[in-house]
Structure formats: C-alpha cells, structure tokens
Design a protein around this ligand. Structure first.
Ligand code: F6P
Length: 474
C-alpha cells in the first residue's frame, strides 16, 4: 500500500492520555494513516505576527507524522476568517445574503493555498497518495500540479455543494471549478451535492461528463462520487451504554426529576437552524400546554468562529431568545430550555443522547450532520428515542425513517415534536432498527475505505478483497 498524506486546515492531534475525545473522522483517518504509514499536514492553529513563518513543527505518533504550520495574522484574516468562512461557508450553505466577498480575501485564500503547497511539496514521495479535505483547500491540488506533482490526489468536501444559481453568484466560481479538475477523485456527502457540482461544470462549459461519475477536463479524467461520511458506530454505542453509571448521568437524571429530555447539539452556527428550533419548541409548548413542566430542551451549543462577525452576533441572538422563552413560559421550578455554551466530552454526550426521548437535528443546510448518526447509535434498542431531522441535512438522504421536517416551517416542526414525544414504542423501535442498520453499514471506516479504494485507482483482482481498516487504539 502506498503511503498516505492527509491535508486539512485543522489537524486533530492524538490525545496525550488516550482519552476518547477525538471524533470519528479523526479516528478513521488516523487508522488509515496508521495502516499504511503516513503524514497529516495542516495549520497548527497558531498565529504568528512575524514573517516569514518558521519551519514546520513535526510530531510523530507511531508511524504517523504530523506536520504543522503556523499562519500569519493576515493569512488567518484573509484565508480562514475571510474567504473560507465569510464567502465559501455561507455560499455553500445557501446564505448568499451573508457572503462578504472581497478581492483581498480571495487573493489571500489562493495565496495560503500556494503556501500549503510549498510546505507539502518537499515532503511528497513518488508513490504517496494525497487526500485533501474541505473547502479551505479547494485549489491545493492545482497548486501541486503546477509544481509538477503527478501523484494521485483526492478531495473530500465535508459541506454541501449548492445549486448552480447560488454557487455561480460567487465572483471566482470558474477559478474554483477549474481548480477542482486537478484532482483524481472528488468526494461529496450526497448524490445531490455531486449533481449540483456537475451542473455547475455543465453550465460553465468546463470539461465533459463521460458517465455518471466520470468527467474529463483539460486533458485529464477524474471521478466525482458521493461518499456519505459516518461515525464509529459500535464504539459510540458502547460509550452510550456505559454512560449510565457516570456521575454526570446520575446528576442529570436527578435534575430532570421525571421530565422528558429533548436534546439539541450543534456548533453555534447560523446554518444549524437554532433560532428556528427554539421558535418551534416555544410553539410546541404553547400549543400543547399539557407538556409544560413535563419536558426540558437541553441545547448544547459550543461557541465557534467567534472572530467572524456573523457568529459573534449570533451568540447574543440565541442567548436572548432562550432567555425570553424561559422568562415567558418558565416557572419557579421549571426551566424550559437549558442553554449551554460549552462542549462536552464524547462519553458524556453519548450518555445524554441515550437519555433523551427526542433529538432535534434541524439545520437549515448541512453537509451530513453526524449528531444525527451519533444519536441513533446511542439509543437503547428496547426503548429508543426519536430522531427529528431536517430534510436539508445530508443525513436525511440516508436516515429516511427519521421524523423528517422542514426547519423553516416552525409550526410544522412544533407538530412533529408533539408526535415524536407521543410515538408508541413499537414504531420507535421499527424506525430506529432500520436507521441503526444504515449507521452501522455506512460507518466512518467504510467511508474511508471506499474513498481510498477509489483514490488508489486500481481495482482489486477478482476474489481479492481490498484491505479493510482497523481502528487504531487511542
Ligand atoms: O463542517 C466543516 C468544518 O470545517 C469541520 O471540518 C470542522 O470540524 C468544523 O467545521 C469547525 O470549524 P472550524 O475549524 O472553523 O472551527
């Protein structure tokens, strides 16, 4: 097997004490790297004020090397906070109204991609396969090709690819589309994302579609395929089963005092539909007063990207909204919404998912949404909770037995909350069983195996199985 190089904006370093804090994606990629030996390159998260940026920080863990680069203030401002998070992120999440396009940020984005290429170039060996992740690094392969790199290079987009009318509203759409044709494999979360991408190419007359998944452009061929990302299903289910004995679990049960728990877990991001969700919860309580004092919504929302103005503004909006609902409907001994801005460790989260009767996963747009899959994995098969899921999350393409909602329809969502809480056990079990089978089958290791199999580019000879990934122990 060839050596693997992974490149992503952030690099999840292995936890020093082996704690199970890393998400499934990090574990799967670390497993892939460990299986063949490899290198993971990305931003160290550090910002330096002096130029030029110092040498890479190299760390080693078994046969995985981590290569971390600092970025300058200007890099972070233009590339990460600017073009990636104020242009690409809102556009890919259908929020043209929030896109703040500026040439300075766009130039910074391409410049930092060139910089990543220059950092990676000396580390590449002849047979390495290179796997680049997410919207921060779209032009990276093109930069590498320009410098003569002939290796197989794949790209996986973790967020949605929007419809052409939305994507093409971005001034540099052609540069980005053309740069993607430098990859050998382009992965999307869903078929719909791939079709949106294909429609953008067709609309702009870039290349040619040779088949459902094969394309050609500028004398090269590449494939574009959906690879729905999954979680470490069995591991997460185990964490949830074990959580019952923890102090947090017991304290939470005690504090609920017999009330039903509804749970929402999201980064504080406008794409997650948190304000619409709180509106829906308020409408549900108002329309179904019998449930007042009988249910509690626990909304766990760690702050994110606080340096970006839209995110900073949202912190205030959501906190005020939760406070208003609590003030209007709460009583001396009941707080309808518990709103928490800190992140929880995975075992604690798994236990809370298992305790919840309903999960509200209602993004306005989401590439996949792994909270939906984790909630399913965490359930007790004898008495599973109900997943209420936005039809605009990538996960809705797979988890069809969830209670699908349109999060823009606040009253409709409120009705589905009521139906979910009242759902009989046999229906909950039937829905859960089918979703769990999907979450088990399309787990994060399958995702990684399938993508890397395609990136290897060679079909296994008949009767010979491709090597499967094994979890690395943490
Ligand atoms: O979902 C896209 C993504 O970039 C993830 O890869 C990442 O974990 C998350 O958003 C958080 O974003 P940031 O790295 O900007 O904090």
């Amino acid at each position: 097997m060839s050596r693997l190089i992974v490149v992503s904006n952030r690099v999840p370093l292995p936890a020093k004490n082996g704690a199970a804090s890393a998400g499934g994606l990090a574990v799967a990629l670390q497993s892939a790297l460990a299986a063949r030996g490899g290198l993971w390159l990305g931003w160290s998260g550090k910002i330096c004020s002096d130029e030029p940026v110092g040498p890479l920080t190299m760390l080693k863990d078994g046969n995985i090397e981590y290569a971390l680069t600092d970025l300058t203030d200007l890099d972070v401002e233009e590339y990460y906070q600017g073009f990636a998070n104020r242009v690409l992120w809102p556009i890919c999440h259908y929020r043209l109204d929030l896109a703040e396009y500026g040439r300075r940020e766009m130039t910074g984005y391409f410049r930092v991609n060139q910089f990543f290429a220059s950092r990676l170039l000396p580390l590449i060996q002849k047979d390495d396969v290179i796997w680049i992740h997410d919207y921060h690094l779209i032009p990276l392969a093109e930069e590498l090709r320009r410098q003569g790199v002939k290796n197989r290079i794949g790209f996986f987009l973790h967020i949605p690819w929007p419809a052409p009318d939305v994507f093409l509203a971005m001034p540099v759409h052609d540069e980005l589309l053309k740069s993607l044709t430098a990859y050998d494999v382009i992965g999307f979360q869903t078929r719909q994302d791939r079709e949106n991408f294909a429609a953008c190419l067709a609309r702009q007359n870039i290349g040619e579609r040779l088949g459902e998944e094969e394309f050609s452009a500028a004398g090269r061929t590449f494939i574009a395929r959906p690879y729905p990302i999954g979680i470490e299903t069995d591991e997460f289910a185990k964490l949830a089963r074990q959580a019952g004995n923890t102090t947090l679990h017991k304290r939470m049960r005690q504090s609920l005092d017999g009330k039903e728990l509804i749970i929402g877990v999201d980064r504080l991001d406008y794409s997650k539909g948190i304000t619409q969700r709180i509106d829906a919860f308020e409408t549900f309580l108002t329309r179904h007063p019998d449930y007042q004092r009988k249910v509690t919504l626990l909304q766990i929302t760690p702050k994110s990207r606080s340096e970006v103005p839209e995110y900073e503004a949202m912190q205030k909006t959501v906190a005020e909204q939760a406070g208003r609902v609590n003030g209007a409907l709460g009583t001396v001994d009941w707080v309808p919404i518990r709103y928490v801005n800190r992140s929880l460790r995975r075992p604690a989260l798994a236990g809370l998912y298992r305790m919840a009767k309903v999960a509200l996963v209602t993004p306005l747009r989401d590439g996949m949404n792994l909270v939906a899959k984790e909630f399913v994995a965490a359930q007790d098969e004898d008495d599973p909770g109900v997943l209420l899921l936005s039809r605009f999350a990538g996960a809705a393409h797979e988890l069809k037995e969830a209670m699908l909602v349109n999060p823009y329809d606040v009253e409709g969502t409120a009705d589905v909350i009521a139906r979910s809480l009242a759902m009989p056990r046999d229906e909950r079990q039937a829905r859960w069983k089918s979703m769990m089978a999907t979450v088990r089958e399309n787990n994060v290791f399958t995702w990684c195996d399938t993508f890397l199999g395609d990136l290897a580019g060679d079909e296994a000879p008949e009767g010979v199985e491709q090597p499967r990934l094994k979890r690395v122990s943490r």
